[in-house]
Ligand binder design. Structure first.
Ligand code: FPP
Ligand code: MG
Length: 486
């Protein structure tokens, strides 16, 4: 008798739960507002409200046992419906947080005043201890083997394809910042895990982490092969560009081949999260290039233009650095919490008061900050360096019709620049005039200050890891990025 009553109650409870979850699903999913994919604040608000609605189906890891008591079919159903409907937009919002952009846009507003400068050079704790560290020395032995190993990965029974794809890996040019960062980050994460008693043994980058460094360089090089075709560039890394040497068609195909081989290597890492992250990076590279191509919309406000420029930088440069740093931590097996969030964007930990930072979040924020700083300095060097120093043409951005940070800041002192920006510097003498205006403004200085601001964000994030030479090497690298001359 009692067992009958009890089982009856259980069945009823289950049916009620099923109805609640179903009605929740119907209500909220049909009501999802359509939102523009580039709108992280709206997306976050939407995610928060959706998470609240579905809280029973989104247990935190600690309450996951409760979940197993519910019908896994119902739960999976609900979860996959949400994930499928929001995946793309979630990917948009999760790594480009508002604060990351706002800090720069605020500086853009401050341009022309003296307020900005005092606030953006804080000395970061521990920085005085890193003077003797050379980040490149720390990973020199792995880096020496990098080009040779990539060439092996690009072996093909088609001699022309092999020659074109391997072309850049035969020359010693190129800064190799990305694989250097991945190898340093791998070591720093491994050392952090050992210091916290979560891992034992060797802290050197594992074979998978070394392979990740190679994949990162292959993806980057593939994007440059395509970029040089788009930009009709005739030199790269101090030598003739692939398109100029072998023609556009082979340059595009060699880029595709590099991407294909890097995809096979990714799959062989046997880590679905890492595959997803790196595939998203490839999407971001394409998206960044398209945003750049679309140019500035007429009548946009200064801050909108700046916002779009920073997004483009994230997609073209920051995403690969941020996500490959994150992937290097995920490859050591454990992603664990290392502290409370700083509020400067954790690239993964979500809303609802959840401000925890995991080791891979810190790695992500580091890579994102270094990427942003790196691109800003690149944009300065396009004005300041010589072709011989850069190994590629100078004033290229203006010639391509691009308004980068030095121009955007300078336009606040020289309003004529705005008209030139809108017509993509295409009128006679536009490039020369724009160049003179930038040189006679504080545009380059402001850009450098912004780069330092992002480098500070990177340093702040990585200092959450336990102290090690590799971690300090990452701090030093973030500093060197803002001082580089080539
Ligand atoms: C350099 O830009 C280019 C990039 C950082 C990425 C370009 C991406 C694509 C062409 C999309 C295709 C992507 C893949 C993965 C095949 P730049 O012209 O500003 O810099 P530069 O002065 O070094 O040429
Ligand atoms: Mg280019």
């Amino acid at each position: 008798m009692w067992s009958f009553v009890l089982s009856n109650l259980l069945v009823r409870g289950f049916l009620q739960l099923l109805c609640q979850v179903r009605s929740c699903q119907n209500n909220s999913l049909s009501n999802l507002p359509s939102i523009h994919p580039y709108n992280p604040p709206k997306m976050r608000a939407l995610l928060r409200s959706t998470k609240a609605l579905y809280r029973p189906a989104f247990p935190s890891p600690s309450s996951s046992r409760t979940l197993t008591n519910m019908s896994s079919v119902v739960v999976d159903n609900v979860r996959s419906t949400i994930v499928n409907s929001m995946d793309d937009k979630y990917a948009e919002s999760s790594d480009l947080d508002r604060e990351f952009l706002d800090r720069a846009v605020r500086l853009c507003r401050l341009a022309g005043t003296t307020q900005g400068s005092n606030t953006i050079h804080p000395l970061v704790l521990g920085e005085d201890q890193i003077n003797d560290i050379n980040p490149f020395d720390l990973v020199a032995s792995d880096m020496r083997k990098l080009n040779g190993q990539i060439k092996e990965l690009l072996g093909s029974d088609h001699p022309v394809l092999e020659t074109v794809a391997q072309y850049f890996f035969d020359v010693e040019g190129g800064k190799k910042i990305r694989p250097t960062m991945v190898l340093l980050m791998s070591r720093a994460c491994n050392e952090d895990a050992v210091a916290r008693g979560l891992m034992t043994g060797d802290v050197a980058p594992s074979p998978k982490q070394v392979r990740l460094a190679e994949i990162t360089e292959m993806i980057h090089t593939a994007s440059l092969l395509h970029d040089d075709v788009i930009d009709t560039a005739d030199s790269r890394r101090g030598v003739e560009s692939v398109n100029s040497m072998f023609g556009n068609k082979l340059a595009v195909l060699a880029g595709d081949f590099l991407l294909a081989r890097s995809s096979v290597c990714m799959a062989r890492l046997r880590n679905l999260d890492v595959i997803e992250i790196l595939a998203t990076v490839i999407e971001h590279l394409v998206k960044g290039e398209v945003i750049q191509m679309k140019g500035i919309k007429p009548n946009s406000a200064d801050t909108q233009i700046f916002d779009q420029y920073l997004r483009k930088n994230y997609y073209k440069t920051g995403s690969l650095m941020a996500n490959s740093c994150k992937a290097s931590c995920l490859l050591n097996g454990e992603n664990y919490i290392i502290g409370g969030g700083s509020g400067s964007g954790s690239g993964g930990s979500g809303g609802d008061g959840d401000t925890t930072t995991t080791v891979s979040d810190a790695a992500f924020v580091y890579g994102r900050g270094v990427g942003a700083a790196f691109q800003l300095i690149d944009d300065i060097l396009d004005f300041e360096a010589s072709q011989a120093e850069l190994g590629k043409p100078i004033l290229n951005d203006l010639k391509q019709g691009l308004a980068t940070a030095p121009v955007l800041f300078a336009s606040q002192q020289h309003p004529n620049l705005s008209e030139m920006m809108m017509r993509k510097f295409e009128a006679p003498d536009d490039v020369e005039r724009a160049h003179d205006m930038v040189m006679n403004s504080d545009g380059l200085l402001r850009t450098k200050e912004l780069a330092i601001e992002y480098s500070n964000q990177a340093v702040e994030a990585i200092l959450k890891l336990e102290q090690s030479d590799s971690r300090d090497g990452l701090v030093k690298l973030a500093r060197q990025i803002t001082d580089r001359k080539m």
